[in-house]
Structure formats: C-alpha cells, structure tokens
Design a protein around this ligand. Structure first.
Ligand code: AHG
Ligand code: MN
Ligand code: MN
Length: 333
C-alpha cells in the first residue's frame, strides 16, 4: 500500500519544510480537492442530472452562467465557508469578495477560484475544469478587503486546478515543483500519477483562437505566422490545438509542450482572461514546471491586479515561445 500516494500523504511527505505540512494548509487543499470530486461527479452525470443549460443569470463578465458554474461556485463557497483558516474568497461568479463565516477575522488565507472554466463546453462534453489560487494575508484580526487580494502573483502560496476530462486530474504547486493526481473513483482519492511535472521543451501545441487573427496586433500576428510557417526543426511536430477551455489547453501543453495565447487585440485591449483566478494560478503552476507566462510586456506573476475581475492578455507555456512572443510584440509595434 506504500505506493498509494494520495494528495494528503503527498503534501505531508513532500512538503515537510513547508507550512503545507501543517494541518491548516492540508485541510484547505483537501477541501478544494473534495469540491473537485463532487464537481467531477456532477460533470459525469451532467446530461442525466439536468445541470445543462443556462442558469439564466449573467455574471459580472456579462456571460450567461451555466448551471454547473453555479453548482461548482456554491459548493466551493460552502466548503470554504467553515474553514477557520480562510478569511475571504474571490470567485469569477461573485461580483464582490465573499467574507467567510469561520475565518472572517483570523483566517490567514485568501482563496480565488474560477469554479468552472470552459463553461461554453459544458453541454458538448468537452473537458472543463476548476482553477484555484491561495494567498496569505499580511495581517489578520479584521475582515479582508479587496485590497488584500491585489498583490503580485508571486505572493501566491499555492495554486492549481482540476480538469474533468477522460479522467479527473488535480494538479497543484506550493512553489516546490508541480504534482499531478488522478481521481480513483473506486476509493474516492486523488492518487499521485504525475510527480514533478516538467513541461517538455518541444512545443507540440500552438493554442489560440486564430479566427481572431484579423483583430490581433501586428506582433501577435508575426508570432503566430512565424511559428505556423517555420521550417525550423523545433516546430516540425507543432500542431494547432485549441479546445476553448483554458485549463484544458494549458494542462495538455504542460504535459506535451506548447504555448497558449489569449492576447489583447483591437476589440479587447485587455484580452479576455482574468488575472486573479485564471492567469496568476496557471502562471504559478507553469513556471514551477519550467515554463513561463506573460501578458506580452511583463512576467505574469509580477503583475499587480487593480480589481478582482481584472482581465489581462495571457501567453503561457514553453519559455522560448513566451519570450519570442514578447520579442515579436516589441519588434512590431
Ligand atoms: P470561463 O468559462 O471560466 O468563462 O472561461 C472561458 C475562457 C477560457 O476557458 C477559454 O480559454 C476562453 O474562454 C475561450 O474563449 P473564446 O471562446 O473567445 O476563444
Ligand atoms: Mn475561466
Ligand atoms: Mn468560469
């Protein structure tokens, strides 16, 4: 049984020196993992449980919210609400920060999440996911404010995601490498299947909504065309892969090598993706796996959000391609 490395055992065994080895962090991460298990079950039964279809209301992004978004959001808030170490939550599905009951004054952690990433794929059976980010408050003894969340991504103490695909995986980092777990439904545990994930330095996948090309900046077009038309050995096996679920595209590129872009363009000067619960957490994971992430001008983890739902351009994946993007942007103003 010793090879049965579950999420809890891995946190304790791999992070002895990190606060992750204390009960607080392990309990918090396990609550997030529990939510992922429940969402995984809902996703598996989506068609049967009538959780498809629009929830009717729009979120702050002006997007129609799918019912699975609401289920995942409400579940995560409910689970984190009773944890004394969590002070407040920022969710894509909540306009304002959610101060928790148990930890509102003394909780040391702030949790941001995208409860259901890839909403447009819910009712067409394409992989969707949940993205989370954990930060520590600089001071406790009072209710958290939005300003407590507005810190660079480098201050995250943990980040990760669940992907609900052919299997359900849970991937996270606490700043000491990246571990991937696969849900074994027969025991209801996430089992360590991908220890120490490192992004292969061969960009198998170029990911982007290339039908937006007409609105892209010249530098973005030059980046994309340069790879698409390259005869360089490095891009011999590079193919287009874009499923429309950020976390699924990033997860595939993390395992196979590649670069994902959701850039700013003439129609969306800040791009589409949100920094607190999509770009910062995925940038932390990908950097820890040997990759990089930028908004095209600066390192993603150095950017300080100006609001809970701030959007930023995202270029994420192999270091060489992320650097090439910024170079192309600079050379083609
Ligand atoms: P969400 O469902 O949380 O709103 O995220 C959707 C995002 C992201 O997952 C994906 O990469 C992107 O939207 C796709 O956008 P386009 O359909 O504009 O390509
Ligand atoms: Mn999302
Ligand atoms: Mn979402």
């Amino acid at each position: 049984m010793s090879e049965l490395m579950t999420l809890s055992r891995t946190i304790l065994q791999r992070k002895r020196s990190y606060e992750g080895a204390t009960g607080d962090f392990t309990l918090l991460l396990n609550h997030i993992a529990l939510a992922a298990k429940v969402v995984s079950r809902q996703v598996a039964k989506a068609g049967l449980l009538d959780v498809l279809g629009k929830a009717g209301k729009d979120n702050i992004q002006g997007e129609e919210v799918q019912r699975l978004d609401v289920i995942a959001n409400d579940l995560l808030i409910e689970l984190l609400n009773d944890l004394p170490m969590v002070a407040a939550i920022a969710s894509e599905e909540e306009d304002n920060l959610q101060v928790t009951q148990a930890g509102r004054l003394d909780g040391k952690y702030l949790v941001c999440f995208d409860p259901l990433d890839g909403s447009s794929n819910i009712d067409v059976n394409v992989t969707i996911g949940t993205i989370f980010s954990i930060r520590k408050r600089k001071e406790t003894g009072r209710e958290a404010t939005v300003e407590d969340f507005l810190a660079p991504g480098s201050e995250q103490v943990a980040a990760g995601y669940a992907v609900y695909g052919s299997s359900t995986m849970f991937v996270y980092t606490t700043g000491d490498g990246v571990d991937g777990f696969t849900l074994d439904p027969s025991i209801g545990e996430f089992v360590l299947t991908h220890p120490d994930i490192r992004i292969p330095d061969s960009p198998r996948c170029l990911s982007g909504n290339v039908l937006n090309r007409k609105n892209w900046l010249p530098g973005t077009q030059a980046f994309w065309d340069g790879i698409a038309n390259s005869t360089d050995e490095r891009y011999k096996k590079t193919g287009l892969r874009y499923v429309g679920t950020l976390v699924a595209d990033v997860h595939r590129n993390l395992l196979q090598g590649g670069v994902f872009i959701y850039p700013d363009d003439r129609k969306s000067p800040n791009g589409k993706l949100r920094i607190l619960y999509e770009c910062h957490p995925l940038a932390f994971v990908v950097e820890q796996a040997g990759g990089a992430a930028t908004n095209g001008r600066e390192r993603m983890l150095d950017i300080v959000p100006t609001g809970l739902h701030m959007r930023v351009p995202l270029i994420i994946g192999n270091k060489q391609e992320v650097a090439l993007y910024s170079q192309m942007l600079a050379e083609h103003p």
